[in-house]
Design a protein around this ligand. Structure first.
Ligand code: PEP
Ligand code: MG
Length: 578
């Protein structure tokens, strides 16, 4: 028995036989062709591209009806890339001119493309590198091995792979795969995001998993704790079967809370909102009876596609969400794309990332530096505000000047829309995310210019503790209970209270039931989280006395070290937290 650890990105436990999907391609070596073999090699290359195309179209047809609509667009992007001359024609030139084998020609061309992508200043386009690499690998696999191994999967197996493309994820769901484990990738990789929306337990970043797991071997995937157990003994299997049953029972118990109010014992109403990535996630938010959407990460609309969505497409996506939640707030965050959102499984193999990507041109900085990308989104959000309770939220604010520039752009856009006869809510609430320590420290300066704050703890913790949230080598330092983090949260809540604007939290901390009591004690009254965790947080709200918890918060804030805060919280939670 052996345990390996990674990041649990999609909850649940699965016990079953492993299917090791080895995607490691053998080293490609150059071979020189005799002149009479050149055309035959060209044909072989064309055949591999054709096979790759057919596989993608077949996968597209297999997308289950209940899969997010975006799954199809991920695959369309791959077809578009495959059809591009850079992939489908340039290698033929190399085969003919240099008389090289097809694999080598494709490799040369792919290296050239990587170089071009590396130099691109546009973060959005640079992000496309992952898709290009996945398409190149698909063609290479066809050249080297014939058809994809995916087709050989039997139902009920747990897939262990180096990396999965979005297309793979859809196929796996269709084939009723119960879980998957990848050696690469982080919690914000496409794979992880799709796994969550498709509801498959998953762990990513489990180094060496493909090396240690043998095909057919029994394994356990714990998607919550991020643990992979290989060849478990009978006791471990029994223990996990029991945990599987417990999870099921707990889910049934929690499901009964769906219609209950999120109210504390001392009658404080708490607003529990949902975070969504794609319009299709709204269903999960409605199922969990969320009070609205506290964070709609619109950047996912911009990923995995050949060109960014225009104003109309964005408008339709936003209206779809707003219409699905009548009379409920929908907080649309302006695009937060940047280097960090590109760190998915591919990053390690596609080459160097920009230096300090998290400190670079991302989110509002990128939007202000490229208003041609930002303006259509502002127009789409404003136009969607005519259809419901839309709120706009600005990520990564670090200076007031940035905020004023955004507000000016919003005013300009409003005037333009008015002139053009478009409807919108002229008093659309505009909120700012508190994710940078400077912003939390000076929250009192931002508050008078905003309608609400939302604390993004994922980034706030990263920047406060100086740890890259995507680097698993330092993830042990990532601690929401660090006294510095708690002080910044408290400062922000206080600034909001004094300025009489609501303060929400939409980072992962808000959805972790272990922290519900502490956050209530700190004065937080709006929590936004992945819909899967909402009922757990609601359960803890309902057993909490908010006023009494203020004392707990004061003690936590006065604690001398992180360990002391952990002990305090564990003691307070007893067996209550999930
Ligand atoms: C955060 O930083 O806490 C947040 C909610 O934003 P994201 O995770 O999308 O960066
Ligand atoms: Mg963030």
């Amino acid at each position: 028995m052996l345990s390996l650890h990674g990041a649990g990105v999609s909850d649940g436990i699965s016990i079953g036989a492993a299917f090791v999907l080895s995607r490691e391609l053998p080293d490609i070596t150059p071979q020189t062709l005799t002149p009479e073999n050149v055309e035959q090699e060209v044909e072989r290359f064309i055949g591999a591209v054709k096979a790759a195309r057919e596989q993608l179209l077949k996968i597209r047809e297999q997308i289950p009806r209940d899969a997010p609509l975006e799954a199809a667009s991920f695959i369309d992007t791959h077809v578009l890339i495959l059809d591009d001359k850079m992939i489908s024609a340039a290698p033929i030139e190399i085969i003919r001119k240099e008389r090289r084998n097809a694999e080598w020609a494709l490799k040369i061309q792919s290296d050239r493309l990587s170089e071009i992508f590396e130099k691109m200043e546009d973060a959005y386009l640079r992000n496309k590198q992952t898709d290009v690499r996945q398409v190149v690998e698909r063609v290479l696999r066809n050249l080297l091995r014939g058809p994809d191994e995916d087709d050989k999967l039997d139902p009920g197996e747990i897939v262990v792979a180096t990396d999965l493309t979005p297309a793979d994820t859809v196929v796996l769901k269709h084939k009723r795969i119960h879980a998957f484990v990848t050696t690469m990738g982080g919690p914000i990789s496409h794979t992880a995001i799709l796994a969550r929306s498709l509801g498959i337990p998953a762990i990513v970043g489990v180094h060496n998993a493909t090396r240690y797991v043998r095909g057919g071997e029994e394994i356990i995937v714990d998607g919550k704790r991020g643990v992979l157990i290989i060849a478990p003994d009978a006791n471990t299997v029994a223990e996990y079967r029991k945990r599987q049953r417990d999870i099921l029972r707990r889910r049934e118990e929690l499901a009964r809370l769906r219609r209950s109010r999120a109210i504390t014992l001392d009658k404080q109403d708490i607003v529990l909102l949902a975070n969504i990535e794609l319009p299709a996630d709204v269903k999960a938010a409605i199922d969990a009876h969320a009070a609205g959407i506290g964070l709609y990460r619109t950047e996912f609309l911009f990923m995995n596609r050949a060109s960014p969505p225009g104003e109309e497409e964005q408008f339709r996506a936003y209206v779809r969400v707003v219409r699905a939640l009548p009379n409920k707030p929908v907080t649309i965050r302006t695009i937060d794309i940047g280097a960090d959102k590109q760190v998915d499984g591919a990053a390690h193999s596609v080459g160097r990332l920009p230096v300090n990507p998290a400190l670079g041109l991302r989110a509002v900085r990128l939007c202000l530096s490229d208003p041609s990308m930002f303006r259509p989104q502002l127009r789409a959000i404003l136009r969607a505000s005519a259809y419901g309770r839309v709120r706009m939220m600005i990520p990564m604010l670090s200076s007031q000047d940035e905020l004023f520039r955004v507000l000016d752009l919003v005013e300009e856009t409003k005037s333009q829309l008015k002139r053009q006869g478009h409807k919108f809510n002229p008093r659309i609430p505009i909120g700012g995310m508190v994710e940078v320590p400077a912003t939390a420290i000076s929250a009192d300066l931002f508050a008078p210019h905003l309608d609400f704050f939302s604390i993004g703890t994922n980034d706030l913790i990263q920047y406060t503790l100086a740890i890259d949230r995507t680097d698993d080598a330092v993830s042990y330092l990532y601690d929401p209970l660090h006294p510095a983090v708690l002080r910044l949260i408290s400062l922000t809540i206080e600034a909001g209270r004094k300025a009489r604007i609501p303060v929400a939290m939409c980072g992962e901390m808000a959805g972790d039931a272990r922290y519900t009591k502490l956050l209530l004690g700190l004065g937080l009254r709006e929590f936004s989280m992945h819909p899967a965790t909402l009922l757990m947080v609601k359960r803890n709200v309902r057993i909490s006395h908010a006023a009494k918890l203020a004392k707990l918060a004061r003690r936590a804030l006065a604690s001398r070290d992180t360990e002391a805060v952990h002990e305090l919280i564990d003691y307070e939670n007893g067996d209550d937290a999930a």
